[in-house]
Write a new protein. Sequence first.
Length: 183
Amino acid sequence: MSVVNEIDVKALQETIDAVRATPKLGQVTFAVDGKWQGGFRIKAQTGALTQGGERDEQRVAKYTMTSDEPTALLGTDTAVSPAEYVLQALAGCYTVTLTANAASRGIELKSFRLELEGDIDLRGFLGIDTAIRPGVQQLRVRVHIEAPDATREQLEELISLVESRSPIRDTLVNPVDVVTTLV
């Protein structure tokens, strides 16, 4: 067994081969169930993970995420803001994508750090100016990688792979159908 960056490279390749052979295994549905806690606060728990049509209940309520807004935005600042969760989601996905691609190429990472920022113009959210989107206008990610045996070219290739293969980045940069239903 070859392990690079704490990733079992053989298991990673077996997963790739399994999804290639049975594309249905590549279909994954994540779920979260959230309940309002008053004010701008919500507490959400992980739901079942469905892969290839098979529902796995092991993750139901396993993890809890709470969000609020900073006091400057009229929240009580008791938890991470939804915007910070978006940044964290992107950071987490970049971590998975970067680590997996480095491992599959035999690039040992000594360390890396991601700095993320996102800009929102509240005039869109508050309905002051309908010409302004209520969402993030720009996200910036600065990647600091320490990989002594990798060339600058290899690291740039990794960043390119992260940008082209990160599911969360793809979700943020491409239109996604969001279906909201009152039940």
